[in-house]
Design a binder for this molecule. Structure first.
Ligand SMILES: [Zn+2]
Length: 319
């Protein structure tokens, strides 16, 4: 649909280089070690099953280290499609605990160990409730864990350990030159909800998580190279969503960001590239965003790869 159009719009005055279609993930050259690589694994909005856009999940790589942000439906499948071994994911950061952001965690936890040879603990950072959720997930799968660890396959115990952190706003990870900062966003009654900023050797990307317009995000994202933001289309939701409680529709809308508001955020942060994820893939959203933002903008696409270096390289997955 709009991707070429969007791309053409984003080229004006920018070091944004289109590349020929190539397999995602593995096909992107490693590049200099000071580059940050981002892969949008799943870009869908909300809990509905969507076969074009899987559940919310974004992978960030810095110098070979991998950091997964949210783990919505299909995240592990997209990792494999991107050429990333599931067992290589040892660090997971959650923006909030809505199901569409966490549904695939059991698969990451269990298959990453039993099917993909993770031998080190899975470490998880997230809002209050994260530790409890991870403990309950381990409990829910205790039979399988017991069988594979203690009885049958005798898989390494460390690989199915989980280290969880209920975090507060601030720096939550600082190792090997990678600094990850959690900042509070505003997802209505779902609080706390976080966005994250990742800084590595002068390169940076910020992820909004789910939020309505957030002044705190505008502050926290200042100076980033790439800003990945959520958006909804209120008109489309009012017209199309069949919700058992119609009055809930307006509440849902009020807990997210409209295209005009996202455009305002982009205009105030002025990233080198603005990207939508957790977003409808429609021309209408782009058109509405253009009323408040004229800069480089990339629509939501699963398996889109962004390499942030001296220039920003965007690669689309083949269709
Ligand atoms: Zn949410």
């Amino acid at each position: 649909m709009t991707r070429h159009l969007l791309f053409a719009a984003s080229l004006a005055g920018l070091a944004l280089l289109p590349a020929p279609s190539a397999p995602p993930g593995a096909a992107v050259p490693a590049g200099p070690s000071d580059s940050l690589k981002v892969i949008l694994l799943g870009t869908a909005v909300g809990p509905r099953v969507n076969l074009q856009q899987y559940g919310a999940s974004i992978l960030v790589e810095a110098d070979g280290e991998r950091f997964l942000f949210d783990c919505g439906r299909g995240a592990t499948l997209r990792l494999v499609q991107a050429g990333v071994p599931i067992g290589s994911i040892r660090r997971l950061f959650l923006t909030h605990l809505h199901s569409d952001h966490v549904l695939q965690i059991p698969d990451l936890m269990l298959t990453g160990w039993a099917g993909a040879r993770r031998t080190e603990p899975l470490e998880v950072w997230g809002p209050a409730g994260t530790r409890s959720m991870m403990e309950h997930l381990q409990q829910a799968f205790s039979f399988d864990i017991h069988m594979r660890r203690d009885v049958d396959e005798r898989l390494p115990a460390a690989g199915i350990q989980v280290l969880s952190h209920d975090i507060a706003e601030g720096v939550v990870f600082d190792e090997g030159g990678v600094r990850i900062t959690a900042f509070l966003v505003d997802h209505g009654p779902v609080r706390p909800a976080f966005g994250y900023r990742i800084d590595y050797r002068g390169r940076s990307v910020a992820l909004s998580g789910d939020t309505r317009f957030s002044e705190n995000l505008v502050r926290a994202a200042q100076g980033v190279d790439v800003l990945i933001h959520e958006v909804i289309d209120p008109v489309a939701i009012r017209n199309n969503v069949d919700h058992p409680n119609p009055s809930a529709i307006e509440a849902i809308i009020a807990h997210h960001t409209t295209p005009e508001q996202a455009g305002e955020v982009f205009s105030r942060v002025r990233p080198r590239l603005a990207v939508y994820s957790h977003a409808p893939s429609t021309e209408s959203v782009i058109r509405q965003t253009r009323t408040t933002y004229a800069g480089p903008l990339q629509g939501p696409e699963d398996l889109l790869t962004i390499v942030i270096g001296d220039s920003i390289v965007v690669r689309h997955a083949p269709r």
